[in-house]
Design a protein around this ligand. Structure first.
Ligand code: ARG
Length: 622
């Protein structure tokens, strides 16, 4: 009995740890809401420019539908700094596009404006000329003023987002299947934060469920302590795989596993102790991988924490008539809701389920953190599961109207055209993948600069290798299936993290040379009026820099980090064309030279920040 109590309390101890981590987060959010200082989105030049256009449209057309107006950067063969696209508005107002465009052009040309000089009509496009000098000066001085904070905003100030990502299953090695969730989730957490959200990064560990019954069964049957001590996760995975192979021929062991899980649910002390041990061993392993990838969480609660509350909620929902006990068994069923098929909410043996634990988690998140948005970054194959969860949550009032819950789905990772699965044991472990990427990066770096110091080389190869894996995922559209194409992932010419890292390093070395030639340069002394440019390529580059805050906002709004990737690649390529035609070292005019230094400094800051939003590092040299 005494032993029982001691082991029982092991679960209680774990719950106390969770409560403590929750308190820390609550405290941080409270402070952030009171004291965080934001950059006003309205202070960015692109926003001011958009406003100016909207005002003219409002006046000259007498319409309030000004948001339909969109400014874009025209292709290079068209003159004009920006173009206004009127098709959407024309459709809405039921007017001919060219007539509408003409009115806008006249409106612009009749007004004296701060940023816009004049407009001209090309077909149904309005081409806009700006006061280039002023625009250029404002863009650069804003970047110099904000430094590394350039790009962040207050669009979502005061809001709280919980982002549920990674969520690997305990007692299996973390695999490529959870890789996408980890990478996308972490990027979204960073991007959300940039737009003003207070973000809670929650690793909803798969630390409960029938798989523990299987694992405990396998451990009792075939477990070898010595081997577990040597290589815990591989051994646990092997046990897990062995169970599944064995159960194909001996299906009756599945009942044994279910029974064991039911005993675990009742917190049988012996089984709780095993569970806790497997959990701790797994967490240690995950931590090592997270560290390599630069992944961090505020909470790692996991499903186990919610089993008891899940039970209560199932009763409550039954009381509310949202689900019912099956007549022939003790199982609890949710009948078809709208076009969502019926599903199980409690097992026949009384055990909780993935979905009922998620229901309790949802209620907890809403109540504990006063959250505005909850994001579930989980593979698209779970789409139905989340539709059912959210619908039941709404009906049961655990998910109030003001709180948005979103399933952020994504495609699979394919290998030789096939999905990978842990159960069959074909999963390449994530660590292997990382090592593979790092050693390939090393080869490429070495080929490019054979004389690199070996220690330096290892450091950079690690940064490049990890960056390649992360970037390969984020640059592609989230919902597509992805695969690993090393040539593309490590392409120095573009479309890869290493291309951006090289551009960053290139700017660094230009800065070094400038320092050697002209001494330390204090850009803080550069007055707004001193900033100037000569070439079109400089202006184009500044215009690109201007768009960064909008790109972050768009990536947040659409939960699509790939917008940032596309943007950074364009920025780097504009930088390269600028740099191929302009020598800063040989720029005689001091003010112009310093303006150019400010420009490339801006580029390097934006590349670094953009990559860091994806948790990709930049080497200082390579
Ligand atoms: N552990 C789950 C899996 O591997 C993912 C959990 C995602 N989060 C959630 N709240 N359901 O499938």
């Amino acid at each position: 009995m005494e032993i029982n109590q001691q082991k029982q309390s092991e679960f209680e101890k774990y719950k106390l740890e969770v409560i403590e981590s929750v308190n820390t987060v609550q405290e941080r959010i409270r402070k952030e809401k009171e004291h965080r200082d934001y950059v006003d989105f309205g202070s960015y030049l692109s926003v001011k420019l958009q406003k100016e256009v909207e005002e003219v449209v409002r006046e000259s057309l007498g319409t309030q539908d000004v948001e339909e107006i969109e400014l874009s950067v025209p292709p290079s063969h068209i003159s004009g700094d920006f173009a206004i696209e009127v098709f959407r508005l024309a459709k809405k107002l039921d007017e001919k596009p060219n007539i509408l465009a003409k009115k806008i052009v006249d409106g612009i040309n009749e007004h004296r404006m701060d940023l816009i000089k004049d407009a001209s009509l090309v077909g149904a496009f309005v081409n806009v000329e700006t006061h280039k000098e002023k625009l250029y000066q404002e863009i650069l001085s804003k970047i110099l003023e904000l430094g590394e904070r350039y790009g962040e905003s207050n669009i979502n100030a005061g809001k709280v987002a919980i982002i549920d990502y990674s969520a690997p299953n305990i007692a299996k090695p973390i695999g490529v299947g959870h890789l996408r969730s980890t990478i996308i989730g972490q990027a979204l957490a960073n991007i959300y934060r940039e737009t003003g959200y207070s973000v809670i990064r929650d690793n909803h560990l798969g630390d409960w469920g029938t798989q523990f019954g299987s694992l405990i069964y396998a451990y009792k049957e075939w477990g070898d302590e010595k081997r577990i001590a040597e290589n815990p996760l591989v051994e646990l995975k092997d046990l897990y795989v062995k169970f599944h192979q064995f159960s194909e021929e001996h299906p009756e062991v599945k009942d044994n596993a279910r029974e064991l899980f039911a005993r675990l649910e009742k917190k049988d002390p012996e089984l709780v102790a095993l569970w806790k041990r497997f959990r701790d061993l797994s967490l240690e392993d995950f931590e090592r991988v997270y560290k390599k990838l630069g992944i961090e969480f505020d909470l790692s609660i996991g499903e186990s924490y919610f089993t008891e509350q899940a039970d209560k909620l199932v009763d409550e929902c039954t009381g509310k008539g949202l689900c019912r006990k099956d007549e022939s068994s003790e199982a609890v069923i949710v009948d078809q809701m709208g076009d969502l098929p019926s599903f199980l909410l409690r097992k026949q043996d009384g055990s909780s389920l993935y979905l009922s634990r998620d229901l309790a988690t949802l209620q907890f998140r809403v109540n504990t953190f006063d959250s505005d948005s909850i994001l579930y970054v989980v593979g698209s194959e779970q789409e139905l599961n989340f539709k059912q969860l959210f619908e039941l949550g709404r009906r049961a009032d655990y998910l109030p109207e003001g709180v948005e819950a979103k399933h952020i789905g994504f495609g699979m990772i394919l290998r030789d055209g096939k999905k990978m699965s842990t159960r069959k044991g074909t999963l390449i472990e994530l660590e292997d993948l990382i090592s593979q990427s790092v050693s390939k990066s090393k080869e490429i770096l070495l080929a490019k600069s054979p004389n690199t110091d070996p220690q330096e080389l290892d450091k950079v190869a690690e940064i490049v290798g990890v960056g390649a894996i992360i970037y390969n995922d984020l640059r592609q559209s989230r919902t597509k299936n992805i695969s690993f194409d090393w040539d593309k992932m490590l392409d120095l010419e573009g479309g890869s993290a290493v291309y951006l890292q090289y551009s960053y390093v290139r700017i660094n070395s230009i800065m070094e040379k400038l320092k050697e030639a002209f001494g330390e340069i204090d850009l803080g002394k550069l007055e707004m009026n001193d900033i100037s440019f000569v070439n079109k390529s400089e202006f184009e580059l500044a215009k690109k820099l201007m768009a960064f805050p909008d790109v972050i906002a768009k990536a947040q709004e659409t939960d699509s980090p790939n917008y940032i990737c596309g943007y950074l690649e364009e920025l780097a390529s504009l930088f390269n064309s600028f740099y191929n035609e302009t020598s800063i070292l040989r720029t005689e005019d001091v003010k112009l030279r310093e303006s150019r230094i400010a420009l490339i400094k801006g580029v390097s800051m934006v590349i670094k920040k953009g990559l860091s939003m994806m948790s990709i590092k930049v080497p200082e040299k390579m």
